[in-house]
Design a protein around this ligand. Structure first.
Ligand code: ADP
Ligand code: MG
Length: 392
């Protein structure tokens, strides 16, 4: 497995970058991974079930301490550091990419950190998580920064709380109405395993995946169709789910199951019904996938992945032609299962395939995209990896 935090990886780059930009040594480096959601899409903000794993692409944050109350953040991304005094940190005072790390600082305060009595820090970020590809580069930043500051400032928050801190930063400071999936995956995942999360209780069960032992690989097709969750379709889907729950008399769609679909169809307009049907059936598919893995192993989960894609394409309507094509071609090339992953409207598709078929499937997807006149996708395999941690 590739280890992006090794020598020459993002951990070393972050430490070196901090020294170069600020002229001070890092007192620590923390990193957190991006994630692939194996199954359970848009179920998180409906208090439902998700089943992601962390990938072997990480964001590292190097931390230097300061004597004053200024926080500076920089990234290989951006030419100039962004600097703010802790007394002036409110959601309205930050924007752009720095809203992710500075949003976490603000959100830690909202969860009870005594920001009036901490000293400032210098933070430098390096990452090899593809950005805007549906692999959650945003949660990788939030989780790395949250873990680093929790330890540096001695806050003592547990990981589920740090996940909520990241979500609050994303919701209130970045302005994206996303759920708890990404941060939970990044903070709670373990190597070679998925993490089955109940988004209502935040109870998490680590479930071994055994893909490699079964001769399987996860292929990611990054369509390079960029999505933006702060605007548009994501918020509209969330609103439909809330409207559906209200009309059906429940506080969230988690309280309903496939047995309620008949009533839902009678009560709701067609579009809202299809949105609700996706959530109800998707929750069931997550449970079925976890059970199938436990009882029958990874080759038994393909049908659920395929069905999840159909539900997102037809009922929730969050796919795009590029994602549909990637999934179709992977399936035609003999994938065990395939689906789009992440919030939709672009981003990546995943295929669970025989490791021996990786090259053939890659070529087939590339030529299908060329024939369709689509932008050349980025195609790579990922390995289920460890969640956020201190690297040095
Ligand atoms: P995703 O999480 O799927 O990658 P998002 O739109 O949620 O997509 O988050 C992407 C945004 O996160 C980028 O536009 C940028 O603002 C920020 N970001 C991601 N990685 C970095 C990084 N290494 N340095 C600075 N900003 C980053
Ligand atoms: Mg994101």
């Amino acid at each position: 497995m590739q280890d992006t935090t090794g020598e020459g990886g993002v951990t070393a780059l972050a430490a070196a970058g901090l020294e170069r930009r600020y002229g001070r040594r890092a007192i620590g480096v923390w990193s957190a991974p991006g994630r692939v959601n194996l199954i359970g899409e848009h179920t998180d903000y409906n208090d439902g079930f998700v089943f992601p794993f962390a990938i072997d692409h990480r964001t590292a944050v190097a931390l230097g301490d300061r004597d004053d109350r200024v926080v500076r953040v920089s990234s290989a991304f951006a030419p100039e550091p962004v600097s703010i005094h802790l007394d002036e940190l409110v959601p309205e005072s930050v924007s752009g990419w720095s809203a992710y790390p500075l949003g976490v600082v603000w959100a830690l305060g909202r969860f009870g950190a005594d920001l009036a009595h901490v000293r400032g820090v210098d933070l430098h970020l390096e990452s090899d998580v593809p950005v805007g590809a549906g692999l959650s580069s945003s949660a990788a930043i939030e989780s790395a920064v949250a873990l680093a500051l929790d330890e540096h400032w001695g806050l003592g928050f547990d990981r589920p709380t740090l996940a909520k801190v990241g979500r609050l930063a994303e919701n209130r400071v970045v302005g994206a109405p996303t759920g708890i999936l990404d941060q939970s995956a990044s903070l709670l995942a373990q190597a070679d395993a998925g993490v089955f999360i109940d988004c209502r209780s935040l109870d998490a069960e680590v479930v071994p995946l055994h893909f490699a032992e079964a001769g399987l690989a996860i292929l990611v097709v990054d369509t390079r169709v960029e999505h933006a969750h702060a605007t548009g379709g994501y918020a509209a889907r969330r609103a439909s789910c809330e409207a559906g729950a209200l009309a059906l008399g429940v506080s969230s769609l988690r309280d309903l199951g496939p047995a309620d679909l008949e009533r839902a169809q009678r009560v709701l307009d067609d579009e809202t019904f299809r949105r609700v049907r996706h959530i109800l059936t998707e929750n069931q598919r997550v449970l079925d996938t976890v059970r199938a893995l436990h009882e029958r192993g990874p080759r038994a989960i393909g049908g659920y992945l395929d069905a999840s894609h159909v539900s997102m394409r037809d009922d929730f309507e969050i796919s795009v032609p590029e994602l549909d094509l990637a999934v179709e071609v992977a399936q035609r090339s003999g994938a065990v299962g395939a689906r789009m992953t992440g919030g939709g409207f672009g981003g990546s598709a995943i295929a669970l395939i025989d490791a021996a078929r990786v090259d053939k499937t890659r070529s087939a997807v590339l030529s299908a995209f060329a024939d369709a006149g689509f932008t050349t996708p980025k195609i790579f395999t990922v390995a289920p990896s460890q969640g956020a941690r201190r690297d040095r």
